[in-house]
Design a protein around this ligand. Sequence first.
Ligand SMILES: [Zn+2]
Length: 352
Amino acid sequence: MAENNALLRRLQNKGTLVVAEGYLFEFERRGYLKAGAFVPEVVLEHPDLVKSLSEEFVHAGSDVVLAFTYYGHREKLRTIGREGDLEKINRQALEIAKSVAKETGTLFAGNICNTAVYQADNEESQRKAEAMFKEQIEWAVEAGVDFILGETFAELGEATLALESIQKYGQGVPAVITLMPTATEFTIEGVPIAEACRRLEEAGAAVVGLNCCRGPASILPLIKEVRAACKGPIACLPVPYRTSLEFPSMQSLKDPFSGRQAFPLDLPSQLCGRSEIRNFAEACKEIGVEYVGLCCGNASHYLREVAEVYGRTPPASKYSPDMSQHILFGDKSKMRDYYTGKVRQAIVTQDS
Ligand SMILES: [Zn+2]
C-alpha cells in the first residue's frame, strides 16, 4: 500500500505540498465557534460554510483538504457538553473534506491533535489519550483518508503516542506529525525540538516538523535545525503573526497599542503583511521544507503567496495583485497624471 499512497507519491523526487490549516481561527473570527474551548461546532451547524472554506483554500493553492476535526475530540466535546455529537462531528467533517478533495483532485487528510488529557507522568491519562486517538483514526480510515495529520503536540511523548496510534489503528495510512514549538527550544519534557523531530522520523512518521504557536520570524531558526536533524520530508506551518526571538510565541505577543497580551482576541494587531509571508515561503524553499503552509490566522491571500513561491499557479492567481493598474500608484504612462500627481500627493503623506 505504501508505494501507492497519494501522499508518499506526491513527496517522491523532491515533491512538495502546500497545506492550508487555520480553520479554527477563521471560523471563530467569522462568529461560528467560540474562542476559549475552540471546538469545531460549525461542522454540524453550518457544513456548507466548512465546505466553502475548504474549496477557497484549494482555490488559493492548498494541495490538501484537511478534515476539520481539530479539537473535535472527546475531551473538547465533553468540555462544551456535546460528547454525544463526537462521532457525528467527525464523520461529517471527514465527508466534507473528502468531497472537496475529490472534486478538486487534492489530497484528503484526517486530523488528530493534542488531547488536553495526556500527562507524561500518568499512565491512565495516556490510555485515555490513546483511546481518543483510536476512535478518530478509525473514523478517518473508514472515510478513506490519504494520510492522517497529528499536530500541535508540545510534548514528544504525546506526539509519539499519536504516531504509534496511527501505526496501530490506521491500517497503513501514513502519518504526518508536527510538534508545536513552545517559546523555548525544547518540548515540554525538555527534548530539543530538532531532536524530537528526528526521533519521530525514526519512529516511522512520513513527514515531521513544526506547526502553530510561532510566527515566521521565530519558527525559521528552529526549522533550520529540524532540516539538519532529519533526512526525510519536513513540515513548517507557522501562524502569520509577528513573533520575534524576544516574543517567540503568539501567546507571548503584546498588542502594541494597549501593551496587553494579544492572544487571542487582539492578535490582529500583530498580523504579518503578505510580503513577510512571501519572504517566509522563500526561506522555507531555500531551507528545503517540503510540506509548507500556515496555521491559525491563515487566510487565502496569505496561502496564495506561499503557493506561488512554491511554483503553483492556483485559480486565485488570476487575481494576484497588479498595482500597475492602480489609479494613484499605477503605471504613469497609462494612468491619468491628475491622479498619479495631484491626488496622490494629497492622499499619501510620506511618499516613497
Ligand atoms: Zn494553529
